[in-house]
Structures are given as structure tokens and as C-alpha cells.
Design a binder for this molecule. Sequence first.
Ligand SMILES: C[S@@+](CC[C@H](N)C(=O)[O-])C[C@H]1O[C@@H](n2cnc3c(N)ncnc32)[C@H](O)[C@@H]1O
Length: 528
Amino acid sequence: MPVLNWIGKEQVVNHDKDVPFRLLNKVSSLSTKEESENLIIEGDNLEALKSLMPYYAGQIKCIYIDPPYNTGNEKWVYNDRVNSPEIRKWLGKVVGSEGEDLNRHDKWLCIMYPRLKLLRDLLSDDGVIFVSIDDIEVHFLKMVMNEIFGDGCFIEQIIWKNKFGAGAKTKGFISLHEYILCYSKKEGFIKDIKVPLSERLRKMYSKKDEKFEKLGPYATWPLETTSMDERKNLRYPILYKGKEIWPKKQWLWSKERIEKAIEENRIVFNENKGKVNIRFKGYLYDESGELKKGTPISIYDGPYTQEGTKELMEIFGKSVFSFPKPSKLIKNLINITINNESNKDAIILDSFAGSGPTGHAVLDINKEDGGNRKFILVEMENKIAQDITAERVKRVIRGYSYNGKKVAGLGGGFQFMRLGTTLFDADGFISEDVTFKDLAQYIYFTETKTALNTRKIDGLFIGEKNDTEYYLLFNGIKKNVIDNKILRQINKNPKPKIIYADRCLIDKQTLARHKITFKQIPYEVKIY
Ligand SMILES: C[S@@+](CC[C@H](N)C(=O)[O-])C[C@H]1O[C@@H](n2cnc3c(N)ncnc32)[C@H](O)[C@@H]1O
């Protein structure tokens, strides 16, 4: 597979590993009163995503990101502290426009690469990521995503017609669209993608028959196909009032299937001026009572950017953010994969949160179907994070007024977080602020690459994975020393055990007999 190369690539491909782990601190004054698992994190997403890793690795069902498109007007600044003289020259400088800044695409790719890697690691095996982008970077982005996710994980390059008509500035063509790239975490995992029926399709289900009680109203579709492939077994006559009805080309279904459908009153014959038109019925619910769904198409005609602007304008009563995405667009994306019963408690992440349409979309879908989906939003600019992202979400949670009209709140809450101290201090010791739970989550993650279920922590025991048990002595628990008393406390089973502690007073033979591996804090705490 061809791969893309650019200035700085070599230095950033593993930069996600060098980013320090920082703790996430709740800011109560900026959080809603209601305790909530929804998070709004103020900070650079490179550090924020890394900090989320011990808690959420492999657990995010849906990621939507809308990074800077690199238009030359965004005034974004390259700020990643990558250890390379070439890249250090870029630090703190605004990325210029085409023609002025010869490294603008290199810088953009250097920003995106480590973030996309972290995002991939946060996705669950059945998770998907959507990335909004336009013509400036779409081809570079696609190559990089093929490299990071694997080209087999590419699902679609959705074309989003985002404008109703021509904008003020056009070049040659009137550009009315941008793209949303969609990739899955695992190849072949996402096969049958469904979406809720559109309002237009839903309205087509309007007729009733004797199956109404069970299957709801029905709509009809032609039984004849215009498909170009020729299948001889689909070309045969159907008998109606003693007359043979032939398709122009062929029928959709086999003879046996149609005969059975006629018997079950699932076929409709419409006679008009001697011509018989044959249609089959489709019901709104299936036999198990599930509402019918549709298959998404790769072109979205709207919702338009103007709707996003209007939506935000109504929430704030004034313009506060340029080109916000309409929350309905993100609702459509979330609905693609995860709007089903089993996904009603999915976690949805947006690490370029801006005005917060993703949080809005999640709350809206929950309100509609009673789900308990959670969102995690990350925004770097503190003024945006506090005054726009969090404020918007707060307003849609509580309700707001626009032009004297009251808009009801969607309910819910969020915790506002900031990035705290790093897990390790400058001398390589565990920082003073780190709690038992923080370190337990970190250690469990570095050992197993999965997030710890903190509810399973029981004294020294922090968790189990692949038949290995993990223990931690930290923050004064039994002076952080493994001794005979500790040995008596740990589980009496033959499973291998890894115990993190400051010191161990047990001899090697005894440890081996109990299948215990002692790992010394901080020296053997892996840096992820
Ligand atoms: C294109 S806007 C996203 C707009 C958002 N989808 C909306 O509809 O409001 C990109 C946002 O990401 C933020 N951002 C840029 N770089 C970031 C970073 N490294 N970490 C976190 N946020 C970042 C910007 O401040 C900006 O608010």
C-alpha cells in the first residue's frame, strides 16, 4: 500500500507515546450540579486524549471530530513539543496560508497523526470514527487514516452538501459540499449499517390491513426490477384473474417466494385500464416488533451550515462561533451506527469540540429514545471551552428562551475538567497529587491495555485480566510493603499475580510458589 511522507513524519509517528499522562481535575464551579458521566475537558486534545486512555481505552463507540481544515484563515498555531529541531522551528507560530507557508500541510499532518492514533486506541472494537474535512486536506487525511486504521477499515467518504446555494467567494465551481470520512476500528466489523427511517419514508407507511395490530401500517414497492443483471429464474409469469402477467425484464423475487407472499396477502395487484401493476407490501415493524430502519446513503443533502449558525444564535441570542456544525448533522452520524437498544449507553467523543454540537446531539438523542449515552468533549481554548462549549451544553440541558419563546431543556449534566499534574514528577517519582485510584487505573491500563472498572477494586486487588490478577500497595496502604501479612490477604487461588509496591520483604522462592511478580513503584511503572 502506498504511504504518504511529509516533513516531520518520522518524529511524530510515535509522539503519542511521549506525551505525559496528566490527571483530570474536576472544576466544580463550571460543572452542572447533577453528577454526570458526561465530560467537558478544557485542554489540548493531545494531552487530554492521553489522559483519558486509562479510563476509556477501547470503550468509545463513536468519535466525531471537526479539526481545523487548514484553510489559512483559522490562525491555528503549531504547539506540539516534539523532540525535533525541524519541528521546534514551527512552535508557537500561526500556520500561514497556501503560498505563504510552505510547510502548512506538513504541520497539519504532524498535528493530526498522533491524535488520530490516540483516537483509534480509544475506540471500541465495534466503534467508528467520523472526521469532517474539506478539499484542502481530504486526500492527505485519507492516506493517513488508511495508514493508522488500515485501508480495510475505510467505510465511506460521505459527501455533505453543506450549503443551500452559492457563497460569497467561489473559485471556478461553486463549491457546495465538504466530506466526512468514516472508518471503523476493526476491519469487517461493521457490515450491516442502518439508520432510522427519514420522515419522508416514514410517511409512506400509511396503509392498513389485517396485520396492522402486529406489524403496523404498510407501504408498497414495485415487484418488477429494473436491475441490469439478467437472472432467468426471476423471469416468469404471475397468474392474476386467470391472466399471465409478465415483467418487462424480471421480478425481484423467486416464484416460490412470490407464491408464498400472495398466500399471506403481502402482494397488491393494481389494475388500471387493463394494465396490472404488481407491488409488494413492507410493514413499519418486523415480526419481533422492531421499528423498520433504512440504509444510509453516501450523500447528505443538508442539514446546512446556516442551520448550525441559526441553532447557536437561538441558544445564545447572538453570534458566538463561526461555522458551527448543525447538531442534527452529528445526530445523523451517531444514529448511523449506534442508535439501537444495545448502544443506548454508548460513549461519544469529540476532541475538537468548538461550540459543542456533539454534546447537544447526544443529549437530544437520549431525550428522544430515553437512552443514557455519554459524551466527552475536548476544547483547547479556555474561553471557548467555558463560555461557549460548556455554556451551550448547560443551556440546552436547562432550557433557554429565544425571542420570548421557551425552549424546554433536554436534561442531563456534565463535569467540567482541566488537565492536572502529570503522573510522574520531574524526577520520575509518582506526583504527590496522585491517588490510589489514579495509579490503579494507570497501572492496570499499562499492563492490560484496557480500562479498569474501578467498581471492582477491592482493597489491594485492583482487577483481573486474562487470568492474571493485579494488586497495588500505594499511598500508605500497609506502608506500601509486601510482607507475610499481605501474602495472607491476597486471593488464595492458583492464578498469577502482579503486585505493585514500594518494597517486598518476601523471598524469591515464596513469591514463585505463590506465582507472584513484584513490581517496584515507580521504577517498574511503565510509561505508556
Ligand atoms: C473547526 S472547530 C470545531 C467546530 C465544532 N465542530 C462546532 O461545530 O462548533 C475546531 C475547534 O477545535 C479547537 N481545537 C483546535 N485545536 C485543538 C486541540 N489541539 N485540542 C483541542 N481543541 C482544539 C478549536 O479551538 C476549535 O474550537
